[in-house]
Design a protein around this ligand. Structure first.
Ligand SMILES: [Zn+2]
Ligand SMILES: [Zn+2]
Length: 258
């Protein structure tokens, strides 16, 4: 299994970066960020070839490029029904509906006649997703909107990739994302420190929280994302002081073997 990071930055990314977007085996995309089409092309992929899109949660920095992906399908004549979109039950269908309405904004008639509808999978934490080459377990993260964490296990190799989405610490996350070869944890609060009993209002994580989840889930490597590259050195130094786990701030557009 391999993973390519299309983005690593926060909600207000530097030029050349984006806020979210993780590509697994060139076919499974987790969150879209803002600049999905550009990002996929830079990584050597065509947007309309993505057929499985997993949303951790429906905050703007994670879904704003959904209309862009749908547009690529429509412009290349590919049936939208071939696109599977997974996400929290509370929000995912509404965001898909709004995205399609946005693309059909013609005042007199819709831009795209008789277009099909994506296959929307409204997830509850604990749902399993069975695909030919991967088995995906889900759980709930802790964020101001419903957020799903995903555990991808490749059937052939039993390699495991865990993705937290945006979250503070929650006991069930290490249970869902157990024994990851790579755990991808958001670290939006960078090298600050958090009190586990006093979560910040934003419900994001600092490096000590990311490491706590990594330790409890027995992750082999921890990849930290969702903060500016300018903070990477201090986050990695803090991580080295706190723990022996290998911590990585990923390079963009290059495959990492899980
Ligand atoms: Zn968020
Ligand atoms: Zn976010």
């Amino acid at each position: 299994m391999n993973v390519i990071f299309l983005a690593s930055d926060g909600w207000n990314p530097a030029v050349g970066n984006d806020a979210s977007g993780i590509l697994i085996n060139g076919r499974y995309l987790v969150d879209t960020g803002y600049f999905l089409a550009d990002n996929l092309k830079r990584a050597g992929f065509e947007p309309q070839n993505i057929e499985h899109l997993f949303f951790t949660h429906l905050h703007h920095d994670h879904y704003m490029a959904l209309p862009q992906l749908l547009y690529w399908y429509l412009q290349t004549g590919k049936e939208l029904s071939r696109l599977h979109i997974y996400g929290p039950r509370k929000d995912v269908r509404r965001v898909v509906d709004l995205s399609i309405a946005f693309l059909q904004a013609g005042a007199d008639k819709p831009f795209y006649n008789n277009c099909s509808y994506p296959s929307v999978h409204e997830l509850e934490p604990g749902d399993m997703i069975e695909l030919p080459d991967v088995e995906i377990d889900t759980g709930s993260s802790l964020h101001p909107v419903d957020c799903i964490c995903y555990r991808f296990e490749e059937r052939k190799t039993h390699k495991v990739l865990g993705i937290t989405g945006d979250t503070f610490y929650r006991e069930n996350i290490p249970q869902t994302l157990h024994d990851c070869d790579i755990l991808v944890h958001e670290t939006a609060l960078a090298d600050s420190r958090s009190d586990i009993n006093d979560p910040p209002v934003c419900l994001h994580s600092s490096i000590d929280i990311s490491l706590l989840t990594a330790r409890e889930s027995r992750a082999k490597r921890l990849f930290v994302i969702h903060f500016a590259k300018s903070k990477a050195q201090s986050v990695l130094s803090s991580a080295a002081e706190l723990s022996g786990i290998e911590v990585v701030y990923p390079e963009l557009f290059v495959p990492y073997e899980v």
